[in-house]
Design a protein around this ligand. Structure first.
Ligand code: G3P
Ligand code: CA
Length: 228
C-alpha cells in the first residue's frame, strides 16, 4: 500500500507563488510534484471556493467573509499576480492534465455533500483525499460516499491515533512537523493508514521524514525542498 515518500505542494506553492491559485498549483505540478494540497470554503451562494482563510482579506485585494460574499464577488478579486480565487472545480480540471493526488482540506462545515458530489460526478475517488481538522466533516464525507479517501488533520501527538482514525472512519492522518514521531508512523502503517506531515521548509530537514517513512511531505517551497 505504501509506495515511498512523495512531496506535497502546500496550498500549491505557498512560499513561491500566490497560495491556493491555479498559477501556484500548476507551478508546483510543472516542477514535477505528485501531490498538491488546497483549502476549501463555501461562498454565500454555495460554491466551493479554494482559499485558506475564512475571509478574503489576507490573500486578495478585497475584504469580507467568504460565507457572506457571492462567488461572483470573490472571483472579481485579485489573489496575487493577477490570479483569481479558484472554484474547486477548476482545480479538479487539472487532474485531467496532470497525474497527481489532490488533498482537499475542508475548512467550512456544511459542504460535505457538495464535495462528495463533485468527486462522484468526475469519478476521481482514486485521485483525491479529503481532510479536515474537523473530524466530524471527515466522518460525514465517508458516510455519504465510503469510496472517498479521507485523512484526519492533527496538530498534537495523540495518545491513541488509531482510535481517532477509526472513529472518523478515515484512511490516514496529516500531522504537524512539530509533533510527528517514528512510533506514530509505524503504528499508522501497521494498520494500513497513510501519514502526511506538514510542513517541511528546509531541505536539510527532509531526510528525517524520509527515514521515518512518511508517505507525503508537505512544503511551501517545492522548488527548494525536493527529494533530489
Ligand atoms: O495540510 C495541512 C495544513 O495545510 C494545515 O494547516 O493552516 O495550512 O491549513 P493550514
Ligand atoms: Ca491547509
Amino acid at each position: 500500500m505504501f509506495n515511498g515518500t512523495k512531496m506535497l505542494g502546500h496550498r500549491g506553492a505557498k512560499g513561491e507563488r500566490p497560495e491556493n491559485t491555479i498559477g501556484g498549483i500548476t507551478y508546483a505540478l510543472n516542477l514535477g510534484l505528485k501531490a498538491i494540497e488546497i483549502d476549501v470554503h463555501l461562498s454565500a451562494d454555495n460554491r466551493l471556493i479554494v482559499i485558506h482563510d475564512d475571509t478574503v482579506d489576507r490573500t486578495t485585494n478585497g475584504t469580507g467573509k467568504i460565507k457572506d460574499l457571492s462567488s461572483e464577488d470573490i472571483r472579481s478579486l485579485d489573489a496575487g499576480d493577477g490570479e483569481r480565487v479558484p472554484y474547486l472545480e477548476e482545480v479538479l480540471e487539472l487532474l485531467n492534465q496532470y497525474s497527481f493526488t489532490l488533498f482537499i482540506e475542508v475548512k467550512a462545515v456544511g459542504c460535505e455533500k457538495l464535495i462528495a458530489e463533485v468527486i462522484k460526478e468526475r469519478e476521481i475517488h482514486h485521485k483525491v483525499i479529503v481532510k479536515s481538522f474537523n473530524h466530524r466533516i471527515i466522518k460525514k464525507i465517508k458516510e455519504i460516499d465510503a469510496k472517498i479517501r479521507t485523512a484526519c488533520l492533527l496538530y498534537g501527538l495523540p495518545v491513541n491515533a488509531v482510535n481517532i482514525i477509526e472513529t472518523s472512519r478515515a484512511d490516514g492522518i496529516s500531522i504537524s512537523v512539530s509533533t510527528i514521531d517514528q512510533a506514530l508512523v509505524e503504528l499508522c502503517h501497521h494498520h494500513n493508514y497513510s501519514v502526511t506531515v506538514w510542513n517541511v521548509n528546509k531541505v536539510e530537514d527532509l531526510d528525517t521524514f524520509v527515514q521515518m517513512g512518511v508517505d507525503y511531505i508537505g512544503t511551501d517551497f517545492p522548488s527548494i525542498v525536493t527529494l533530489g
